[in-house]
Ligand binder design. Sequence first.
Ligand code: AKG
Ligand code: FE2
Length: 228
Amino acid sequence: MGELDWAAITAEVDEAGFAVTPPLLSPAECREIIELFDREGVFRSTVVMARHAFGDGTYRYFADPLVPLVAKLRRDLYPPLARLANLWARRLDERAYPEDLETLLAECADHGQHRPTPLLLRYGPGGYNCLHQDVYGDLTFPLQVAIMLSTPDEDFTGGESVFVENRPRQQSRAMVARPGTGQGVVFPVRHRPVPGARGYRRVAVRHGVSAVHTGRRAVLGVIFHNAR
Ligand SMILES: O=C(O)CCC(=O)C(=O)O
Ligand SMILES: [Fe+2]
């Protein structure tokens, strides 16, 4: 991941509201993670989305210690995103974030947020994910990454990543991403700064997934703050 142009990726997130990265995982690594879904001892909890009216699909939160591949990805993705998070924090007069994930997780623990948040999501035909925000306590790191594990058009059709921005006193704007195998989508957890007439304003962002038409779609969600 060292060779990725993070300056360009984060500039795109800043300007467009989200960015699709080059592959972060090889096809073999994607398969390896998909195969964990039915494994015992890897996850701390399972959510059947329809039971909560969250959509239609199932997701499982990884337990600590995270499987090494997921732990490494979360640790490596954090520093370049923390730089954008801190630029946004300065613009919005919000708190600053540490440079490394270990320190962020220690701060989460101080806020009573001990439980890991990376998750594996799986949707079948008709599956979807309602628009939401992944806030899990007082401490929210402002960016997250969803990594496509399946192969679009081969494993599934439909199932686009959807983002909706609510600008104050304006109509909402929808955006769609179609990451390929192993590619990540970087997007805001709750809001992002957008330049206005008098400085930067917070624009609320929610994300979700449009209906899967055929096949199965699996995604690895990487959220950096831990949960209460
Ligand atoms: O399945 C997806 O693409 C969305 C996953 C999601 O909601 C997340 O990673 O937080
Ligand atoms: Fe989410």
